[in-house]
Write a protein that binds this ligand. Structure first.
Ligand code: UDP
Length: 239
């Protein structure tokens, strides 16, 4: 029997930190290969996959600014970091024979394509994985906001945020063993309870445009495919 996906098109948000594996900086090729495998499972069942990748494993504007650098310059470095991560991710996906395009919100002729919504949707329709890099192209935003923005723009069915824990919890499950996972949260609840799922800009954008968010554990093998097939994974945030 053919496995049936719940979603036709998803927007997957991968943080830069997830790419570090057990290191404190940079990219762990083993992690990339594992992610390529997980993403390949989705492509295999016909899901169209857009990815927004973060840059926190390399540079973050806020951290650079705290160390004395001009904030906008720091944010530019952060956005360029996401392009490096996107290139590494594309490399891993293509080694797994998954056709992949990288687009950048900041034009970078000769390295990656400039973001163009209609081209992105064409690539997604033909089954290519599309990695959206350089965030929104603007300082003072995050790649979570970029993920929500691109998800809404390309008409994804859901924004799926990969984390290190099994979803959104009542408290930090790494510190508090009695913390409980929310199966579902309303947008306003997620904002009021200050659960830190995503920044306000990102959640408000999804709320205004009725885009559901699913938060799940990317370290759990098979969780991504299970989620897409309708399994109970992580936390759903919607109306
Ligand atoms: N960034 C930005 N505008 C955007 C997206 C990202 O200026 O639209 C910068 C910002 O400095 C941020 C860095 O890029 O800290 C890396 O992105 P993010 O922190 O969201 O990465 P993640 O936490 O997902 O690894």
């Amino acid at each position: 029997t053919e496995k049936q996906s719940k979603y036709k098109r998803i927007l997957l948000k991968l943080s830069g930190e997830a790419l570090m594996g057990d290191e404190n900086f940079g990219i762990d090729p083993k992690v990339l290969d594992r992610m390529a495998l997980e993403i390949g499972q989705l492509v295999g069942i016909g899901v169209q996959v857009g990815i927004v990748i973060g840059g926190g494993n390399l540079f973050r504007g806020a951290a650079l600014s705290a160390a004395g650098m001009d904030r906008v310059t720091g944010d530019h470095m952060g956005m360029l970091a996401t392009v490096m991560n996107a290139l590494a991710m594309r490399d891993a996906l293509e080694r797994s024979n998954i056709a992949t395009r990288v687009m950048s919100a900041i034009p970078m002729s000769g390295v990656v394509d400039h973001y163009d919504r209609r081209n992105a949707m064409r690539y997604l329709n033909q089954g290519d994985v599309v990695i959206f890099s350089a965030g929104t192209g603007n300082p003072f935003f995050t790649t979570d906001s970029a993920a929500c923005l691109r998800g809404i723009e390309v008409e994804a069915d859901v924004v799926i945020k990969a984390t290190k824990v099994d979803g959104v919890f009542t408290a930090d499950p790494m510190k508090d063993p009695s913390a409980k996972r929310y199966l579902h949260l309303g947008y306003d609840e997620a904002i009021e309870k200050q659960l830190g799922v995503m920044d306000l800009t990102a959640i408000c954008l999804t709320r205004d445009h009725d885009m559901p968010i699913r938060v799940f554990n990317m370290n759990k093998p098979g969780a991504l495919a299970n989620l897409v097939l309708g399994g109970d994974e992580g936390t759903l945030i919607d109306r």
